[in-house]
Design a protein around this ligand. Structure first.
Ligand code: MF3
Ligand code: CO
Length: 250
């Protein structure tokens, strides 16, 4: 892949369409999460909702990933593979990461849901993870540097005692799901690339109650916290402008 792509007005309109469709898939799927539903049920429903909008699930078969929705529960950080035996329980925190392609343009977003009676500390984790995204995008303005976003996200969480996952990062997005630049969620020494109007980024803090270290399971995908602590994920596809960033998938 070449350098960072700057999207035209027309391309931005198409990415906006994709983002709104993805937002709606998240809203619908979020309503279905309840004790008793399996992670495969969520995947199948997610795929159906995506296809109904004339979109393609971007995760399905991506580097061999076998599903349309990543479902990651409790100490699973990201990329949990849906199965028919995995049943959502009261008290779980469940992150859904979903991507779709509409008219050739990608959108990528994740939400973490609390199911039933969830501990105060788990609710606080979900809240801080979301807040760190919004803290980060305060700096997502043309003329700033990429790592202004990374520093804001990382420091917001570290200051509150959370572990920031440093083995996985956000990314540019457009015709491809993963385009340059990489978007770290933790403080950086270098300032990163200059942000320009028309850049589109998927910003996705992954935050743990314990340490930021993660491990990867033998299924080749599932990423869990090393220390077994709970983890949350929040992601949106955003557009850099000369003023406020636009959140395309919200
Ligand atoms: N949001 C994730 C990412 O940006 C989703 C990719 S998972 C995969 O990398 F299943 F597509 F691989
Ligand atoms: Co992503």
């Amino acid at each position: 892949m070449a350098g960072i792509t700057i999207k035209s007005k027309r391309e931005i309109d198409l990415m906006r369409d994709a983002g709104k469709l993805l937002r709606d898939v998240h809203l619908r799927l979020g309503e279905e999460i309840a004790p008793g539903i399996t992670t495969l049920d969520l995947d199948k429903l997610g795929e159906e909702l995506i296809r109904k909008t004339d979109s393609i699930p971007s995760f399905l078969n991506y580097e061999g990933y076998p599903a349309s929705v990543c479902v990651s529960i409790n100490d699973e950080v990201v990329h949990g593979i849906p199965t028919k035996d995995r049943i959502i329980q009261d008290g779980d925190i469940v992150s859904l990461d979903i991507g779709l392609i509409h008219n050739g343009w990608q959108s990528d977003a994740a939400r973490t849901h609390a199911v039933g009676n969830v501990s105060e500390e788990a609710l606080a984790l979900i809240k801080v993870t979301e807040e760190s995204f919004f803290e980060g995008i305060k700096f997502a303005v043309a003329g700033n540097h990429l790592h202004d976003i990374s520093n804001a996200i990382g420091n917001y969480c570290i200051d509150r005692g959370y572990g920031v996952v440093y083995d996985l990062v956000g990314h540019g997005i457009g015709r491809e799901m993963h385009e340059p630049p990489q978007v770290p969620n933790f403080p950086q020494k270098r300032r990163g690339v200059l942000l320009c109007a028309g850049m589109t980024l998927a910003i996705e803090p992954m935050i743990n109650i314990g340490r930021g270290d993660v491990k990867f399971m033998n299924d080749g995908w599932t990423c869990k916290t090393e220390d077994g602590s709970l983890s949350a994920h929040y992601e949106n596809t955003i557009l850099i402008t000369d003023g406020e960033p636009e959140i395309l998938s919200l």
